[in-house]
Write a protein that binds this ligand. Structure first.
Ligand code: NAX
Length: 328
């Protein structure tokens, strides 16, 4: 029998945590034949609710679930971790400036990065979901110099999935007929969902749509502002779809992309497409044998260039701000 994989989830008592843990335990994260041990990290006020979730996980009698540990100590939570899903973060509250937000999150992601550095397994893979996800990933990575930098990633898969869904609705295609969509840049309102290399049933998506006004005025803002639209409708932020995207992100990273397709991940830039090296930015990537690679050689037109540059500029500003705060 296989050794269980240790999966650490932070913010386990939150709404994404609640939607995420049951799918990890039922085998959707890594595969139907991979046993898992869960480590739940919460702040002290969240421990009791995490215990309640753990009781429900027990009550599912998931055959693949080999244990649940709950703690408020990052050094315990990341001990031997193979996969870490960093979901818990400090939300922006009223009157908070960006600097305050980055600083508050630095207080979470810096010690978590250090704990990962000191205690995680050699094959640790980290996905940051908690916002601002790209820059939180950068902070955690900087605190973990002994972990290969490429193991720190940020989630733009929800944006990717949202864009596929919008494009399918517009073209009348099935979501499964849409390939090679790309989210570039930051997981924020500046993100750029790119359909110029995407295909719909094998045909170029931009040609199928053939409507730059729809692209600029409908598609891009709808994808970028979808989070706010969900809050408006549901009275709470995206949770099940965010958990689903986290599952997709790790599953694709570990098990690979389909032949001829790619996905979007926030990853440390190697300088490709003019994105400054080291920034954690979203790129088109293929995954194979547990590693990802940036899709190279795509032509970037003027429409795309302007939008990628704007989002990357925002990432540079966030990086400079956390550098100024001594967080990286
Ligand atoms: P909740 O507020 O429901 O849950 C957050 C949980 O994290 C709480 O239980 C809290 O006690 C815990 N927490 C806070 N600080 C912690 C720490 N230092 N260690 C461990 N746990 C800690 O938020 P939820 O709706 O679950 O969202 C979580 C994060 O995901 C937010 O930052 C949110 O902005 C972000 N999102 C990111 C998305 C993405 O695409 N990258 C989309 C969905 C979501 O908005």
């Amino acid at each position: 029998t296989r050794t269980p994989v240790n999966v650490t989830v932070t913010g386990a008592a939150g709404q994404i945590g609640y939607a995420l843990l049951f799918r990890i335990a039922s085998g959707h994260l890594l595969g139907a034949d991979v046993p898992v041990k869960l480590r739940l990290l919460e702040i002290p006020q969240g421990l009791k609710a995490a215990e309640g979730t753990a009781m429900e996980l027990d009550d599912c009698a998931f055959p693949l679930l080999r244990g649940i540990d709950i703690t408020d100590d990052p050094n315990v939570a990341f001990d031997g971790a193979n996969v870490a899903l960093l979901v818990g973060a400090r939300p922006r509250t009223k009157g908070m400036e960006r600097g305050d937000l980055l600083e508050a999150n630095g207080g979470i992601f810096k010690p978590q990065g250090k704990a990962i550095n000191d205690h995680a397994a050699d094959d640790i893979r980290v996905l940051v979901v908690g916002n601002p996800a790209n820059t939180n990933a950068l902070i955690a990575q900087a605190a973990a110099p002994d972990v290969p930098a490429e193991r720190f990633t940020a989630m733009t898969r929800l944006d990717h999935n949202r864009a596929i869904s919008q494009l399918a609705a517009r073209t009348g295609a099935a979501v499964s007929d849409i390939k090679r969509l790309t989210i570039w840049g930051n997981h924020s309102a500046t993100q750029y969902p790119d359909i110029f290399h995407a295909t719909v049933g094998g045909r170029n998506a931009a040609e199928v749509v053939d409507d730059e006004k729809w692209l600029a005025d409908e598609f891009i803002p709808t994808v970028a502002k979808r989070g706010a639209a969900i809050i408006e409708a549901r009275g709470a932020s995206s949770a099940a779809s965010a958990a689903n995207a986290a599952i997709d992100h790790v599953h694709t990273w570990v098990n690979g992309t389909a032949e001829g397709d790619w996905t979007s991940m926030g990853i440390p830039s190697d300088g490709s497409y003019g994105v400054p090296e080291g920034l954690i930015s979203s790129f088109p990537v293929t995954c194979k044998d547990g590693a990802y690679e940036i899709v190279q050689g795509l032509d970037i037109n003027e429409f795309s260039r302007t939008r990628i540059d704007a989002s990357v500029k925002e990432l540079e500003e966030e990086r400079d701000a956390v550098r100024g705060l001594g967080l990286i």
